[in-house]
Structures are given as C-alpha cells and as structure tokens.
Design a protein around this ligand. Structure first.
Ligand code: NAD
Length: 476
C-alpha cells in the first residue's frame, strides 16, 4: 500500500511555489510522516520579499475599508473551510478535533474583530498659524514567525493587524506545524492582490534569514525566550521593528476562602489545556495551607477522569506532545523530578510509543528552587505548592525572569485584586484564566516579551507614527 501524503505548497506572489528540498511533517499521535512540505531557501525568501515589496505601495494606498472588507471575506473563507482546516490541524498538531475547530473559529473571529479597529488621524494642535496632526503609516513588509502550539491563531494575530494597516506580509509557520498555515495561504491566493499575503515553510534557518533580511521592516515573533533574544539581535541590522511574544511561567494563587471542589475543574484546565502547551498555562499552582490537602485531593480526583489519546479519537480530551524535541524535554523534566525525590501524586510514567503521549502529572509541594517549579515545562507536569503568607507567595510568584500572565482565585475579590495588582506580569486574571480578546492588550513583562499584540496598542505596532506640522500663513 502506498501512503498518501498531503500536498501543500508555499504561496509567493499569489502563486503556488514548489521547492526541490522538502521537510517531513509528523503526526505526533502515530509518529507517521503525513506530508513533505517545501523547505524554502534564501532565494525563495528573496522572491517572497520582492513580491511583498512590489505589492506594498498598491496595498498601502488601498482604502482601509476595502482592506478590511477583503480581510472579512478571508475570515469567511476560513470558516467555510473549517472542517478541512481543523482536520489538517488536528493531524499535524495532535490536538483533539474539538479544540482544532475552536482554533479555526477563533482565528476567523479575530480577523473580523481586528478589522473593526482604526488608528484615527488626530489633530494635535490647530491655531491661526499652525496645524499639527498625527497619523499612522504602514511599515512595509512584516515577517511573521509562529510557534507550533497555536499555529493558526498566533499567525492570524499577526496577519490581520499587519494587512489591515497596509503592510504586506510573509508568514513562516513552525517546521513542526506548517500544513494548516500553507493551506490558509492557498485559500488567500485568489483573494488578496499578488504579493500581499505570502506563506513560506522551512526550518529554523528560514526564521533567521527573515530576521536578518535587509528589506523586511518588522518581525512579529511568537516563540521561546531564547529564540526571541536571537531575533532581537539580528533585527538590529536594519533597525527592524519587533514584537516578541515569548515564554511564561505563570502562577495561579488560590486563596483560603475557595471551596476546592468548586474550582479544581477550572483550575485543572488552566494548567493542562492543549496538553499544557500554552504560553499562558498555569505552570505553578500556589494553594493556601488551610485548604491545601483537600484541594490537592480534589484536583487529582478530577485529573484522573481525563482521557489522553489520539486527537482523531473523539473521546480524547488531551492529545500528545506536539513534537519529539518537546517530548524528550518534558520526559527529562519528569525524570529529574523523580530523581529529586519529589512526591509525584499522579502520572509520571511515560508509556512506550507510538505517539508522544505523556500522562497528566502532578507534583506535591516540590522545593521552590526545583526545576519543575523554575522552568517552563510546556508539557503536562504541574507543581502544586503550599503557602501560608500573602507577602511570601507574592514574592515567590514574582521571583522569576518571566512575566507573561497569572491568576488569583478567591471569594474575597478585594484581597484577590490587591494581590493581582502586585504580580509582575502582562496580564492577570481574577477567578479566570486565559481569556484573551482582539480588544485586550496582550504582552509579556520582563523576559516574556517586548511589545503588545491585539487592541489598538497592538495595531499601532504595525505602523510608523507620523507628525505633520503646517504653517498656514502665506509665504510672501
Ligand atoms: P521556538 O522559539 O523554538 O520557535 C518559534 C519559531 O521561531 C518557529 O517558527 C521557529 O522555526 C522559529 N525560529 C527558530 N530559530 C529561529 C531564529 N534563530 N530566528 C528566527 N526564527 C527562529 O518556539 P516553539 O518551541 O515553537 O514555541 C514554544 C515557545 O513559544 C514556548 O516558550 C512558549 O511559551 C512560547 N509561546 C509564547 C506565546 C506568547 O504569546 N507569549 C504564545 C505561544 C507560545
């Protein structure tokens, strides 16, 4: 029997572009190769940059309402291909189908909401002599570099504001999850003018070449903090604008007035959704000593009901780790945690493959300086930690170089809010987690990021601010 592979090509200048070199794409639930996608070289990147540059003046001059209209049509096209896209997504990413469908729907919604935003022209001063106004111009070509954990949504977070504000774009998905992005590029081919939306697949080198390219004006990057630092360095070559959305080690603080049974389900999902491969997942759970034992018991009881399995099986609630590199990293962290003598109260035993499956693993009160607390696991292993004093827990939570998100859970909203205010993170939720919106600014503090995505603040990062001053008096 011959295996049928998905056949998807890159989009450059509105056309499919085939490359000689190809990269295998692996289904993480079966470890089978499901496609060979283009592995773009520097010449192909140059071609994409040239086409984006040629398209730029026309697209920038197109009325913003017309650009918004095309983006809205694009959002409808994604929705009308939702099943096909979600199937592809689930196969390459490993996420169960319901979650894959949710990401496509959200991506479409995100485009639509973003197109409602406008950075208005503003008169700053007007008097007899002068008029001073400020407005926004597009930057030129945007390079969008995405990770593998939310491969569609996080690309769309870049495509929608970049194109709305009049830039052209080159999207590079992660080499682990290129298929859905390539398909989305294909769907955009007939819709946008040639060169406006380009999608290239390739290895990490392609990302590096984009950040170094002298004719790309901005890099919008989502990925690890380590790579983000490299992006910042090479973007300096031509002073590219950069937005960096990086790693996190988010904490949830559970106050003593909480009834454990009522909150463990919600808190479980803040930590383990998408097999814990979420930048804003709860990666440390601090629970007050008064309710600690009961909370841990209830959390473990709930966790035991969760089914981990192939995303293609409708009964699976959590899929595999997306790729072998991450699988090995998480396994190593589990081994290290075991060796340290920590009390693993659930999971911890990784079965033999096929598939990069890791069971839900919960660790009871490991030392604050252990790897499982300090590192971003990006996999289903969660330390639950005991605290007594609010000052102490705030200090422990803030004692990290990362600062993406966090949450506080309690019935005393005033107390919860006073703690939330003191967390050094870009977003803090109270009795919620992971709620994002095209209209809420999102970005990291400290080494979790640089700049903002979403909202008008995020939109403005795809523009130059321009001030024009006119002396209205006649020159004679
Ligand atoms: P990664 O940094 O390894 O890769 C991200 C992207 O960068 C990929 O497309 C990769 O090919 C590309 N890349 C690799 N080397 C590059 C280089 N030198 N120059 C330019 N591009 C390069 O990250 P990942 O493993 O794909 O994603 C997981 C990480 O992303 C986690 O740390 C997670 O917390 C973070 N993340 C952050 C957010 C956020 O919004 N803050 C969202 C999702 C994921």
């Amino acid at each position: 029997m011959t295996t049928k592979y998905f056949e998807l090509e890159m989009t450059i200048n509105g056309k499919a572009v085939v490359t000689e070199k190809r990269l295998p794409v692996i289904n993480p639930a079966t470890e089978q190769i499901i496609a060979y996608v283009p592995d773009a070289n520097q010449l192909e990147l140059d071609k994409a940059v040239k086409s984006a540059r040629t398209a730029f003046p026309g697209w920038a001059a197109t009325d913003i309402d017309k650009r918004a209209q095309l983006l809205n049509t694009f959002a409808d096209v994604l929705l009308s291909h939702k099943e096909e896209l979600a199937n592809l997504f689930s196969l390459e990413m490993g996420r169960p189908l319901a979650g894959a469908l949710d990401e496509i729907t959200r991506a479409s919604y995100w485009i639509k909401e973003t197109t409602k935003q406008r950075l208005d022209r503003k008169i700053i001063e007007e008097n007899e002599t002068y008029r001073v106004e400020r407005y926004y111009t597009p930057l030129g070509i945007v390079g969008a570099i995405a990770p593998w954990n939310f491969p569609v949504l996080l690309s769309i977070w870049k495509v929608a504001p970049a194109l709305l504000t009049g830039n052209t774009i080159i999207v590079k998905p992660s080499p682990y999850t290129p298929l859905t992005a390539l398909k989305i590029g294909e769907l955009g081919r007939k819709l946008f003018p040639a060169g406006v939306l380009n999608v290239l697949s390739g290895g990490d080198d392609l990302g590096k070449w984009m950040t170094e390219h002298s004719d790309i004006n901005k890099i919008s990057f989502t990925g690890s903090t380590a790579t983000g630092k490299k992006v910042m360095q090479s973007a300096a070559s031509n002073l590219k604008r950069i937005t960096l959305e990086l790693g996190g080690n988010d904490a949830a603080i559970v106050l003593p007035d909480v009834e454990p049974k009522k909150v463990v389900e919600k808190l479980f999902w803040t930590a383990f959704r998408n097999t814990a491969q979420v930048c804003i997942a709860t990666k440390r759970m601090y629970v007050h000593e008064d309710i600690y034992d009961e909370f841990l018991t209830e959390l473990v009881n709930y966790a035991k009901t969760i089914k981990v399995g192939d995303g293609a099986d409708p009964s699976s609630q959590l899929g595999p780790i997306q790729n072998k590199m991450q699988f090995e990293k998480v396994k190593d962290l589990i081994e290290n945690t075991k060796k340290s003598g920590a009390d693993i109260v659930l999971g911890g035993e990784v079965q033999k493959g096929p598939g990069y499956f890791i069971p839900v693993t919960i660790v009871n009160n490991p030392p604050e300086d252990s790897r499982v607390v300090v590192e971003e696991a990006f996999g289903p292993i969660l330390p639950v930690l005991k605290y007594k004093d609010y000052e102490d827990v705030i200090e422990r939570v803030n004692n990290t170089s990362l600062g993406l998100g966090g949450s506080v859970w309690g019935r005393d909203l005033e107390l919860a809010y006073s703690i939330a205010e003191r967390l050094e993170t870009g977003t803090v939720w109270v009795n919620e987690s992971q709620i994002l919106s095209p209209h809420y600014p999102f970005g990291g503090h400290k080494e979790s990021g640089f700049g903002i995505e979403n909202s008008l603040d995020g939109l403005s990062e795809y523009t130059n601010s321009k001030t024009v001053m006119i002396n209205k008096k006649k020159m004679d």
